[in-house]
Write a protein that binds this ligand. Structure first.
Ligand code: FDP
Length: 342
């Protein structure tokens, strides 16, 4: 009787919310789109899967922060002189281990290591990674992120790594992405064919496609900059910020690059980290923070410059931990900020 009621009264159960398809899993998506990669060898696919796997482990640790002894400082500093947090170190270990295991990666450039980490001379890829960005936010339960860039090595596999393999321009990236450990965890990446976003479903332990072909609005009303240092900004930056205020734009700054960038990408806005008296070249790192976000930004219709007319991805790196001023976000807003230079 009950069964007949369900079948006769619920013809729409298939189309009801509880039966909604959960979407394409990241693994399947990577596999389906493998032919888009420049080098359709399956190695890049494996590498993206390795990053996704490590991010799940980091996500687990981030979610447990506060419950076990993984919050707070290590008592050591990283390459930039910043206090290393325990979770920074842990994330670095997780990503390095996952990428070393696969064998695809020849060398790793990380915020947490002074020199590059030599992994496997037979590997064809170079990864630049900030394993845990925005780490000053860890202890206060605010969103943090992982940022990564993938390069193809220039020298033949089997040889020791050369400078030309390591110091590549952003235009040479074959993939880039970030993971945002926020109110939900997201993995966003590009291989040069648009940007796709995946949301983590913790009970299934999988990322699912939730934001296909992401597009940054042409313009927006959000400006994100740490105005606490505004006294030492150069005149054009100050003038642009005044312009934003005259226009009644909204100020939003979390102090966690991935979170600030992600919000602006979805809603329309500009993120600025300019030169300051303390950091003459800005604070952010070209190789493992700016290039990846610049690639994603351009792939989603946005723009990324150094605020002085130079496209971020065309800057030739001369050092692993090089810094650059960073202006990124909606195209018209970045162009407007640039216009204050002339
Ligand atoms: P953090 O030092 O906490 O790791 O990459 C560095 C970064 O965070 C960015 O995530 C963030 O946008 C910026 O620094 C914040 O710097 P300020 O505190 O100087 O604004």
């Amino acid at each position: 009787m009950l069964i007949s009621m369900i079948t006769s009264n619920s013809p729409s159960i298939e189309s009801s919310r509880i039966a909604h398809s959960i979407g394409t899993a990241l693994d399947r998506f990577i596999k389906n789109n493998q032919n888009q990669f420049l080098y359709a060898s399956g190695e890049l696919s494996q590498l993206l899967r390795d990053i996704a796997l490590a991010s799940k482990v980091v996500n687990r640790e981030v979610n447990k922060a506060g419950l076990i002894d993984i919050m707070g400082a290590m008592g050591s500093t990283n390459t930039g002189g910043d206090q290393q947090q325990k979770l920074d170190v842990l994330a670095n270990i997780r990503f390095t281990r996952a990428l070393a295991k696969g064998g695809e990666v020849a060398a790793l450039i990380s915020e947490e290591s002074e020199t590059f980490v030599d992994l496997n001379n037979d590997g064809k890829y170079i990864i630049a990674i900030d394993p845990l960005d925005g780490s000053s936010n860890i202890d206060v339960n605010v969103s943090i992120g992982t940022i990564f860039s993938v390069y193809r090595r220039k020298s033949p596999a089997g040889m020791p790594i050369q400078d030309e393999d390591i110091l590549q321009k952003g235009t040479e990236q074959v993939a880039a992405g970030y993971i945002l450990y926020g109110s939900s965890t997201m993995l966003v990446y590009t291989t040069g064919h648009g940007v796709n976003g995946f949301t983590y479903e913790p009970t299934l332990g999988e990322y699912f496609l939730s934001h296909p072909q992401m597009q940054t609005p042409e313009s927006g009303k959000i400006f994100s900059v740490n105005e606490g240092s505004a006294n030492s900004f150069e005149k054009p930056v100050k003038a642009y910020i005044d312009y934003c205020k005259e226009k009644n734009y909204t100020a939003r700054y979390i102090g966690s690059l991935v979170a600030d960038y992600h919000r602006n990408m979805l809603k329309g806005g500009i993120y600025i980290y300019p030169a300051t008296a303390k950091d003459k070249n800005g604070k952010l790192r070209l190789m493992y923070e700016c290039n990846a976000l610049a690639y994603i930004s351009e792939q989603s219709g946005g723009l990324a410059t150094d605020g002085k007319g130079n496209r971020i991805m065309e800057i030739q790196p001369t050092g692993l931990h090089q810094r650059t001023p960073f202006f990124v976000g909606s195209k018209e807003m970045v162009e407007k900020a640039e216009a204050f230079n002339s």
